[in-house]
Design a protein around this ligand. Sequence first.
Ligand SMILES: [Zn+2]
Length: 430
Amino acid sequence: MNSNSKWFSQLASRWRLIWFSLPGVLLTLAIVIDAKAQPITPSDIKVRMQNRRTWSFPAAGVYFTSEFSGARLNGCEHLGGNEFKLVISPENIPINRSPWYAFKIWSDLPKTVTLRFTYTYGEPRTRPWLSHDGDQWKEIANADYAVESASRTAVVKLDVTPQPLWVAAQEMIGLKELSVWTDAKMRLKFARSSIIGRSIEGRPIRQLIFAETTIPNYVFIMGRQHPPEVTGSLGLMSFVDTITGNSRLARQFRREFQTVVVPLVNPDGVEHGHWRSNLGAVDLNRDWRPFAQPETRAVRDSFLSLGEQPGAQPFLLVDFHSTHTNIFYAQPDQLPIFPADFTRRWRAAIHERCPEIHFRRDDSHNVGSATSKAWGYEQFRVPAITYEYGYDTDRKLIRQASQVAAEEMMKLLLAELHSPQPGRRDRQSP
Ligand SMILES: [Zn+2]
């Protein structure tokens, strides 16, 4: 109501401007059309924006830049010789201590440099990842990395050349990579794609639905509420690749279930290299009750519009993240839930087939917080799981475990659907 009347008053004042100039008319129309979906003003931006720039040290012949999507570097200083101090800072404080940085470095002549990563908040968390092309990444060797705990400094040795070297807290799976993946998925003949909303800075929140049925049995999947959580994206992509694959199981699943995927909930955070927040300085996975941010509202509205249709039956919500370990945050066993005891059975089936990975299970994490997990359960009374991969979990193992997890999920849900006593809840009937 408030936002509507605010929008109309903005519109009215814009119409007054229109009388004054033709360029004004065109500009105003463009703004009004764009604002129609999501009125956004600069005052929605609550984080401290980083100053994207290039640092040149011609005497040392060494250069750094943060002028690219997903980059973050908050300061750079020559300490003498081949030693440099880099400043690592979050977008706002207090904030979850999951530092992100990403920059490129190059030099006039090949040389070895020492970089002192200095954290203004939090402390070194992961070894840097390196790439020569922004595409193929490798974690830095242990021998080239040391942490000085007392000064919260990481000391990194790098061989640099005139060819830029990418350095980031994790391999970069950013807007471009997720967009390439989403575009490819969109072209599958059983995919439907849409833009369900826009971020504060106007980036699209994209959704894909994979189904070869109109039966409204739903699995909801989302990822990247938290910008640095790259292993969550790796897990999500492999999970969805399996559901959209050509196996007999996947084809049968798509004939009985619709899988709804929002791969990138926080595109602004990923673009700006945030540690945690969107541009509203909000941890989106604490916004699932206030719904003060456009990104969470978009996902909520879309999932509700599907899951609350007459006859609709949601079965599961999975939200992919990264943390220090592999873990499922789920609901306590004593709560009424359908499918019953799903997370326990799912996890056991994954461990049985993929003993190389171990997922802890915690059903008492963040109880009472406004997370997607709490919202998914409260809304639909289904298992709503925060599915976390470790920052350091082997990447091949992540892909393999996600494939197994998707297969076992499909088997369990198909069995549930065909069980003689499916135990559906009242909200299922018309
Ligand atoms: Zn997270």
